[in-house]
Design a binder for this molecule. Structure first.
Ligand SMILES: Cc1cc2nc3c(=O)[nH]c(=O)nc-3n(C[C@H](O)[C@H](O)[C@H](O)COP(=O)(O)OP(=O)(O)OC[C@H]3O[C@@H](n4cnc5c(N)ncnc54)[C@H](O)[C@@H]3O)c2cc1C
Length: 478
């Protein structure tokens, strides 16, 4: 069994297949694992994530994968969400003893960044989602923004609530987001279950989460090959016969899971198959959406909270990396603290960062610094020791209205070729959870084709409280 791509989709497929007894060869073009959800070391020794990655309590397959590879202990969960506005005022939202979907209602009612008319509109829309079990009628082909207008949301509720949550979760503006994806985020994370909203953040640089993957593959006689760039594959009738590499060499195989981004897959299959095969041809309809990460190192502590969501700013999240990597050894090696013992490392995220793509890194750093100083008064006197900006122009596929129809399942019409990747049809947007689901689904398809079906996909968190009663009311499903 050959898996091409060592991101979360390829890793989860490879680990699942190894556990099912297959000898897996995993080919990854880079010298490390994790794909888009990874980290690397800067020339001065600081570890930086490609971008801060966050999981949620409702991401059951990602949690399962972390357990399988021994990384679960490296994710810390937070039960309170912190917000700051342009005047630096703080707000937070957390749990109450009320049953879902009302478990966050008391703190939401106290959330003074929104007016009563904003909140009553949001409450109505939330109840429409909850009472329909997450699947309200009449949303096919609708954008999230259109649905919010239809639900009578005020401009400030849209800007300070819906947009704040969804642009980060889906990496797209509301006008370009399919309402199904947006509604699903609220149902799964905030309405169905008490723990779906919990924010999970790695306490180590991302690449360290994958230490156990290689061992899991090698334990069953498989291997992981780095700097192995696949350029294409050779067909023999209805089957793929071999992989062709950068240097012209070939490796034959019985079955292949391609777990590369959709644009890379189109390069691999080439123009002829890319046009004639409906699955591959459809991928051209999926568009990319950018995310920009800004890393700032200060000469002193400027922030107490583990993370903050910003209202009314370009920057959407600030993560206090020094606190998140809070063991003394980790502070020294990962946050670059050995050279900056008293300092603090912050990581800022801007999703759907279309406006930043063509701006210079200096411009982006200046903008980020201004906004940090807006919300963190201690940063006004602090010195910026160093900074780096990472622009991911093709961070995720854009969840545009109707985009789901172009997302294929794990089969593509070639007998022994299987597909995985956050862009495949998982029911989830482009997330780590979506990538792991796709890997598990591909592994299930391989085993099904081999006549030994096995299940890896984990169920969603069960709906609780009143939401459990309403969970089956829905009309349509992703
Ligand atoms: C900036 C940013 C922030 C994000 N934030 C979050 C977040 O907070 N939470 C969240 O859940 N998700 C987040 N995501 C999305 C998440 O990272 C992805 O959905 C997920 O990692 C995709 O995994 P994948 O395996 O499908 O693809 P990838 O991670 O892209 O893996 C594909 C792998 O294939 C390899 N490859 C490509 N071509 C070849 C070839 N020809 N030969 C061999 N190997 C090849 C690549 O090197 C790569 O390792 C973020 C993404 C980005 C970019």
């Amino acid at each position: 069994m050959n898996v091409i791509g060592g991101g979360l989709a390829g890793l989860s497929a490879a680990v699942a297949l190894a556990e099912a007894g297959w000898r897996v060869r995993l080919f990854e073009k880079r010298p490390y694992l994790g794909g888009r959800a990874t980290s690397y070391v800067l020339p001065d020794g600081s570890h930086v994530d490609n971008c801060q990655h966050v999981t949620l309590g409702c991401c059951t397959n990602l949690a399962d994968f972390y357990r399988r590879v021994g990384a679960a202990e490296r994710i810390r969960y937070y039960d309170r969400l912190y917000f700051a506005d342009a005047r630096g005022r703080r707000y937070s939202i957390g749990l109450s003893p009320f049953p879902p979907p009302f478990h966050m209602s008391p703190s939401f009612l106290r959330f003074s960044a929104l007016s009563w008319s904003d909140k009553s509109g949001i409450g109505r829309a939330m109840m429409a989602i909850a009472r329909a079990g997450g699947h309200p009628p009449g949303i096919d082909g609708t954008s999230m923004l259109d649905w919010l207008h239809r639900m009578g949301q005020t401009p400030s509720a849209i800007e300070r609530f819906w947009r704040v949550v969804l642009v980060s979760a889906l990496d797209e503006e509301l006008a370009r987001t399919d309402a199904r994806y947006g509604i699903d985020v609220f149902w799964k994370a905030f309405l169905a279950n008490r723990t779906g909203f919990r924010v999970g953040i790695p306490s180590v640089p991302l690449a360290e989460l994958y230490d156990g993957c290689r061992a899991a593959i090698e334990k069953r006689g498989g291997e992981v090959l780095f700097r192995a760039t696949v350029r294409g594959f050779r067909m023999n009738g209805q089957r793929a016969e071999s992989l062709v590499f950068d240097d012209g060499s070939e490796i034959t195989g019985d079955a292949f899971v391609f777990a590369v981004p959709q644009s890379a897959l189109l390069d691999l299959v080439g123009p002829a198959l890319g046009d004639s095969n409906a699955v591959f041809a459809g991928l051209r309809h999926l568009h990319d959406s950018p995310i920009t990460g800004i890393h700032l190192w200060f000469d002193r502590p400027v922030m107490n909270e583990p993370f903050l969501t910003l209202l009314d700013h370009t920057v959407q999240w600030i993560f206090n990396k020094t606190r998140l990597y809070s063991t003394p050894e980790r502070n020294r090696s990962a946050a670059g603290a050995s050279k900056n013992e008293e300092g603090q490392y912050l990581q800022l995220v801007v999703s759907a960062s279309y406006d930043l793509v063509n701006r210079s890194r200096q411009d982006i750093t200046d903008l980020a610094l201004r906004e940090v100083r807006d919300v963190l008064p201690a940063a006004r006197d602090a010195k910026l020791v160093k900074s780096t900006v990472i622009k991911e122009v093709a961070a995720t596929f854009s969840p545009e209205p109707g985009s789901d129809q172009w997302r294929p399942g794990p089969r593509c019409g070639i007998d022994n070729v299987f597909l995985a990747g956050d862009w495949t049809r998982t029911g989830w947007p482009a997330t780590m959870e979506g990538a792991v689901r796709s890997g598990y689904l591909a592994a299930e398809a391989v085993l099904q084709a081999g006549g030994k079906p096995q299940r890896f996909l984990q169920p969603d968190l069960p709906a609780e409280g009143f939401s459990a009663r309403w969970a089956h009311n829905g009309t349509a499903r992703i």
